[in-house]
Design a protein. Structure first.
Length: 98
């Protein structure tokens, strides 16, 4: 049984996918934030409940941003891990050429 199996391209592809999903999520969150802003300024205006709704949405938006940061961080980790493992593999191969 192998102790290590690495496919650099798969790791790099996954890293890129994490970044892309984070970017897509940012775009969606921006669109939704604009919609909610418009709603609580013009389409849903009350003394209390619309304000609470807006506050609740801000909390949801904050959570979405944390997810995006997590995706970006995981993607960066995969990218760095692939680079480090590739470099180690090359160094080990070069050590045998001496």
């Amino acid at each position: 049984m192998a102790n290590i199996k690495v496919t650099f391209q798969e790791m790099e592809d996954a890293a890129q996918r994490m970044k892309q999903e984070s970017d897509d999520m940012q775009s969606k969150l921006d669109q939704l934030r604009a919609m909610v802003d418009n709603l609580v300024q013009d389409g849903y205006v009350t003394d209390k409940s619309s304000k609470r709704f807006d506050e609740s949405y801000k909390e949801l938006d904050k959570g979405g941003k944390q997810v995006m940061e997590g995706l970006t961080g995981i993607g960066e980790y995969l990218k760095q891990a692939a680079e480090a493992l590739r470099k180690t593999d090359e160094e080990l191969a070069n050590a045998l050429n001496k």
